[in-house]
Design a protein around this ligand. Structure first.
Ligand code: ADP
Ligand code: MG
Length: 665
């Protein structure tokens, strides 16, 4: 297999920079698609506006003057005579073109026009003259140190040198059926389009390929599940269960009751439950899962609940302990930071069956964890886990019932496509007595008002979350707020009277947990954090959230973050501070409906945030867009199913490779 470093032109420095962009293989490189195109039309000096891109023909009118700067930089200036008069051309780092630019030569210049100075800063010069009237320029995501031109050259070079190694995932008969161009041609066109029509055609084809591979995986897992969908018929002592439900300090909403009912029915069938419990942030999914665990316990089985973060796992653990405190049920917490000895004890007791319920993180699916009679597996915030991870936990039991929980409002049609045979329970109704979360969008010069609002909240004995995009200043962009910097500022403003602390992803699990406990007990009044706080954390007395550089986050992320407040009976506030882009944020002032917000997000940002904020790599697409490409998705779903299930294709290289990608080698 050829490697990135084998591509001509890629040296150690570019290799490092590419890696920073997540490009580590030739496949990654050639599938680093342009995120947009610039349509460049032949222009003339009169019609082109100041600062605009221009492509213009002309004759070299003066000998280029070359200036060299240190570290290999150089700049060349000359005059170009065009149809509408002369213009100065300046171009960087093309000293090697000098000898070709003799006076009188006809060239085409591509660049940006500065009307006042009458200069074009050129990005490229072509000698043979462009054939068509328009040029479509691909525009790539970049990192500091790599130009658009660099990456474009690397991609073209890689395609030239290693086209044989680029794997095509669309089976030949399907290519024929849809009249798709082959992969090599498609890649070539997507990076070097000559016409919009061709571009459209190959874009569709590459999207199809991506969705085909994705749906193949979904279908494969679905089939595996079906092969093994006989579950255990459980007998739940409803009377005992109701006793526990009566002890809950609030009344369940109708939707919660309905969800509990759905789950109980599933447990009592000899079919294996495979259910998604969906409900917006704060809708009260956790208690439903606890009731399910208790029912499963009453039927005589162990339960496991997996959460995406240690903070969340610990919180669930504490809440479940509280709910079950008058019983002799043995509940344990198993997370990465659990001490080794403790872990070993828990492993042993899970295997012996003396632990009835276990709550944890990924630690629950480590190989050395075995269960005695695992009957129910629940994953919270399920979109945060990869498909394979979820499968792993499932396979720990013989045929445990499965419950997934998600706050991400996935439209039902998508859910059906992506999860297929999964049943759904939806909690729409918010618990009674919830007040609206008042949301304010503020600009940076309104900080004084914000501090006043914070002060008022603190004086009424409430607690505050403060969120920043960075941990420390200088991580890349320096103009963004950081946790460390805000800590200093908050200390100055409130430090005399109130306790302030921080939490972020780089802290050890145990330290994070300690801080959360302190915050929960109101020993900390202002908690400054990155988005680690994002999922699930529940502190009722925290009524205010202040988010700095809010424009840096997707709307769905903001919605999830905001869901941390408004959990108790007191009125809550969310303040979004932003230097720019405040218009986009206004939707947050208008609605608290996660569904509406995610739709809006989708409209504004395209794909990416549909399945929540930090979804697993499974659902990140390079080119497809689940919303826009729904029709292609449906085709890919049916075609991949047919391909998967037709034994004639079992020896196919593509099929083998796809399956290997799912189950690992
Ligand atoms: P999510 O669905 O986001 O996981 P949680 O389960 O964390 O939401 O619930 C949010 C808060 O609402 C918790 O403090 C929980 O105790 C509380 N809660 C849940 N159901 C009800 C209810 N029916 N009435 C009042 N409070 C409830
Ligand atoms: Mg939750």
């Amino acid at each position: 297999m050829a490697e990135l470093k084998d591509v001509k032109g890629i040296g150690p420095k570019s290799l490092f920079l590419l890696e920073k962009m997540g490009i580590t293989t030739i496949d990654d490189l050639v599938m680093h698609y342009p995120f947009r195109y610039e349509l460049l039309k032949r222009g003339n000096l009169e019609e082109t506006k100041d600062g605009e891109q221009i492509i213009i023909d002309g004759k070299v009118e003066s000998m280029p003057i070359l200036m060299r700067f240190k570290s290999n930089l150089n700049k060349m200036n000359f005059r170009l005579l065009t149809q509408n008069g002369g213009v100065g051309i300046s171009i960087f780092n093309r000293a090697f073109l000098k000898s070709h630019l003799t006076v009188g030569t006809t060239i085409t210049v591509i660049g940006k026009l500065d009307k006042k100075k009458n200069i074009i800063t050129a990005s490229d010069i072509k000698f043979e003259g462009l054939t068509s009237k328009v040029k479509i320029e691909p525009v790539y995501h970049l990192t500091n140190g790599i130009t658009n031109k660099n990456i474009h050259n690397y991609i073209n070079m890689a395609m030239l040198m290693f086209s044989k190694e680029i794997f095509d995932y669309i089976p030949e008969y399907i290519q024929k059926e849809y009249n798709f161009p082959n992969k090599k041609t498609s890649l070539n066109i997507i990076h070097n389009p000559s016409t919009a029509d061709k571009l459209k055609q190959v874009t569709k084809r590459l999207k199809y390929e991506e969705l085909f591979a994705f749906m193949f995986k979904i279908n494969y897992l679905k089939n595996e599940r079906k092969k093994n969908n006989k579950g255990i018929r459980k007998e739940v002592d409803r009377e005992e269960l109701n006793k526990l439900i009566k002890k809950i300090p609030f009344e369940l909403t109708n939707d919660q009751n309905k969800a509990v009912d759905d789950i109980l029915k599933d447990l009592e069938k000899d079919y294996r439950m495979n259910r998604l419990l969906q409900g917006d942030v704060g809708s009260g999914k956790t208690i439903v899962s606890f009731i399910a665990m208790y029912a499963n316990y009453l039927a005589g089985f162990q339960s496991a609940l997996m959460a995406p973060t240690e903070i969340l796992a610990t919180q669930h653990y504490n809440n479940l302990r509280e709910l079950l405190k008058e019983t002799d049920i043995n509940v344990e917490l198993l997370i990465g930071s659990t001490p080794k000895k403790e872990k070993e004890r828990i492993h042993k007791e899970l295997e012996e069956g003396t632990i009835n319920m276990v709550i944890g993180t990924h630690a629950l699916i480590q190989e050395e964890v075995n269960y005695n009679n695992l009957g129910l597996v629940i994953t919270d915030e399920q979109h945060r886990f990869g498909v394979n991870q979820r499968e792993n936990l499932k396979n720990k039991g013989i045929t445990p019932d499965i419950l997934y929980m998600s706050a991400t409002p996935i439209p039902r049609t998508y859910a059906l496509t992506l999860y297929g045979d999964m049943d759904m329970s939806i909690i729409k109704e918010k618990p009674k007595g919830r007040k609206k979360i008042k949301t304010y969008v503020k600009s940076n010069d309104e900080i004084k008002d914000v501090l006043q609002m914070m002060y008022d909240e603190l004086e009424s004995n409430h607690q505050i979350y403060v969120i920043a995009p960075l941990i420390e200043e200088g991580e890349g962009k320096t103009d963004l707020q950081s946790v460390m910097n805000l800590k200093d500022q908050m200390m100055l403003a409130f430090g005399k009277k109130y306790k302030i602390d921080i939490i972020h992803g780089k802290m050890a699990g145990g330290a994070k947990e300690l801080i959360m406990q302190e915050f929960l007990q109101n020993n900390i009044q202002i908690l400054i954090s990155t988005t680690v706080i994002e999922v699930g954390v529940d502190v009722k007395n925290a009524t205010t959230m202040v988010i700095f550089d809010a424009n840096r986050f997707g709307l769905s992320t903001l919605h999830q973050l905001r869901g941390r407040v408004g959990r108790g009976e007191d009125e809550s506030k969310c303040i979004l501070i932003s230097k720019v882009d405040t218009k986009r944020l206004e939707i947050m002032e208008q609605t608290e409906d996660g569904f509406v917000i995610s739709e809006e997000d989708l409209k504004l940002r395209g794909h990416g945030d549909l399945f929540g904020t930090k979804q697993s790599g499974d659902m990140e697409f390079k080119i497809a867009n689940l919303k826009e490409d729904y029709k292609i998705l449906l085709k890919a779903r049916d075609d991949s199913k047919e391909y998967l299930e037709n034994k004639d294709y079992d020896k196919d290289e593509i099929k083998k490779k796809l399956i290997k990608g799912i189950i690992g080698s």
